[in-house]
Design a protein around this ligand. Structure first.
Ligand code: FAD
Ligand code: SIN
Length: 532
């Protein structure tokens, strides 16, 4: 059994940031970070394009960034949250610079700023095309300086502990559900441990692995959102799954390698099989329209021309400039036989970002008491129906800070709950056949990609739900009778994520942002967040 004042689930930008701020403020309190693989294996590490922030107030303005975010969000952003994130962003980014994060500069020492879809200005700070890698590096190095932060790698959090574990009936309408910690599978000992905490922060990242084709690494299985839903917390807007328009097309390869939108910001052009630069036909902003529009246009072009990919044309770009900004992409393309100066890059949309998640307020508080959420697993209201490119790293920084500030005002009043029982693993045996798990995962990913992708309709959603119900039933039986393993736990969580996406999509009787249903092609008059 472990006891910790602050428990952080996840070691990406959100979790590490919270931990550092809290450790600095409370040198005598313990902060424990649990992560299911190595510390730096996170979505954060793979972020390419950069972080959107207004730090040149001569050319850019807070108002423009706010406006761009609201336009991309297609009517569903919470304006107050947008203003908070945009206005507080520069200070949070400055703190990352103080920690040693290197953002690219020109020879005069001014920041180089990139542009991506939906941005009216060049405002994206970046470290070549590996911004996330650089930010994660700086954070991991900083965390190591605090003796009161303990990182436990290879600890798989299974469930949030609430009154349910004390034998009380907890439902969605229970007025004050409290979090007392978590149960986690220690993958070194294979024991399920009880971890008691006063404050818990969910920073468990995204859900991309629910789809067959995704830019997200294997860890992105929506665990935090799924366990929060099981604990009867409020989840919202899960139907808004963002597909990145330009993942490198390589049949059968998963995760897909991303070709950052910043390439289009620097002049890359999308072309269809016939060589046509088609984006102008879909939107006056052409290749730099918001992501929902570009991904849908590509999907349409692929269906129209019967192809599995379209192309990103960089042949007119300057080699030296390309290599300076996108060295990783240049090398990756070369390694698979694509010389970007001679060949167009085959690209296709891939599941990329979960705009919904654990519903939180303006300071990151979820509907479960003493449980905060920040980063991709949370739904703050910033993204609305479609996230503006490069706003998620910023959101994670701003909300990790806000969670830390609020938690600091409450920690002294909280106690551990020592009545929590140990995990009960009776009645479970080692799995007979792993194929039951691996095959179900493949099925789920196919269902989600085929029926709940960029374009949806009622029949497809119904069909997806029926199949997910069956997978759910089979997997719950397996879960009750089989020793817990990361594979089984992730499958179970991804099935819940699939269910939440389909349920949200079925409730939303309109097309807005990332959710496009051909049976309801118009926007509804009433603005609505779907809360499950
Ligand atoms: P993550 O960084 O994903 O961290 C999640 C953590 O939770 C991991 O440590 C994981 O091990 C842990 N975890 C999960 N489940 C469990 C469990 N059950 N038990 C224990 N630990 C668990 N955004 C931008 O703003 N700009 C970009 O340029 C950009 N580029 C991107 C490129 C790619 C290829 C991808 C995939 C995403 C990109 N994004 C970008 C999105 C952005 O990177 C993510 O939204 C953000 O990094 C998420 O950070 P996080 O801290 O919330 O989660
Ligand atoms: C990219 O670099 O294109 C991804 C940016 C993002 O997801 O915000």
């Amino acid at each position: 059994m472990l006891r910790t004042d602050f428990l952080v689930i996840g070691s990406g930008i959100a979790g590490l940031n919270f931990a550092i701020k809290t450790a600095k403020r409370f040198p005598d309190q313990t902060i424990t970070i649990l992560t299911k693989v190595n510390t730096d294996e996170t979505n954060t590490k793979y972020a390419q394009g950069g972080i959107a922030v207004v730090n040149d107030r001569e050319k850019d303005s807070f108002q423009k960034h706010i406006e761009d975010t609201l336009v991309a969000g297609d009517g569903l952003c919470n304006q107050k949250v947008v203003e908070i994130v945009v206005n507080e962003g520069p200070e949070r980014v400055e703190e990352m610079i103080d920690l040693g994060t290197q953002f690219d500069k020109d020879i005069e020492g001014d920041f180089l700023r990139g542009k991506e879809g939906g941005h009216s200005e060049y405002r994206i700070l970046h470290h070549k095309d590996i911004t996330g890698f650089e930010m994660e590096r700086a954070l991991v190095e900083e965390v190591a300086k605090y003796p009161n932060i303990n990182i436990h790698n290879h600890w798989f959090v299974i469930d949030i502990i609430t009154q349910h574990h004390l034998g009380y009936l907890v439902t969605k309408s229970t007025p004050n559900i409290e979090c007392y910690g978590v149960y986690a599978l220690n993958l070194q000992t294979n024991e399920i441990e009880k971890i008691l905490s006063k404050i818990t922060v969910m920073a468990s990242g995204g859900t991309g692995q629910a789809y067959r084709t995704t830019t997200n690494p294997k860890i992105a299985t929506g665990d935090g959102i799924a366990m929060f839903y099981r604990a009867k917390g409020r989840i919202e807007n899960m139907e808004f799954i963002q597909f990145h328009p330009t993942a490198l097309y390589q049949a059968g390869v998963s995760p897909s390698f991303l070709i950052t939108e910043a390439v289009r910001g620097d002049g890359g052009i999308l072309r269809n099989k016939e060589g046509e630069a088609f984006m102008q036909r879909y939107d006056p902003r052409a290749d730099l329209a918001p992501r929902d529009i570009v991904a849908r246009a590509i999907d349409n072009e692929m269906k129209r021309t019967g192809t599995e990919s379209i192309f990103l044309d960089c042949r007119h770009m300057e080699l030296e400039k390309f290599k300076a900004h996108f060295p990783n992409i240049y090398d990756k393309c070369m390694s698979v036989g694509i010389d970007v100066m001679k060949n167009m890059i085959p690209v296709a949309p891939a599941a990329h970002y979960c705009c919904g998640g654990i519903k939180v307020d303006e300071i990151g508080r979820s509907s479960i008491t003493n449980l905060y959420a920040c980063g991709e697993c949370s739904s703050t209201g910033l993204h609305g129906a479609n996230r503006l490119a490069s706003n998620s790293l910023l959101e994670a920084l701003v909300f990790a800070h806000r969670c830390s500030e609020d938690a600091a005002t409450r920690i002294d009043k909280l106690q551990f709950n020592d009545a929590i029982p140990d995990w009960n693993a009776s009645g479970t045996n080692d799995p007979q056949e792993m194929i039951l798990i691996t095959q179900s995962l493949k099925e789920l990913q196919l269902i989600m990609s085929d029926y709940v992708g960029i374009v949806r309709n009622n029949v497809r959603l119904e069909r997806a739900m029926r199949r997910i119900d069956l997978l759910h039933e089979e997997t719950e039986t397996l879960y009750r009778t089989t020793t817990a393993s990361p594979q089984l736990l992730e499958l179970r969580n991804l099935i819940t994520i699939g269910f939440l996406i389909v349920k949200g999509a079925q409730f939303r009787k309109e097309s807005r942002g990332l959710h496009y249903n051909t049976d309801f092609p118009e926007k509804a008059e009433m603005l609505q967040n779907i809360v499950l």
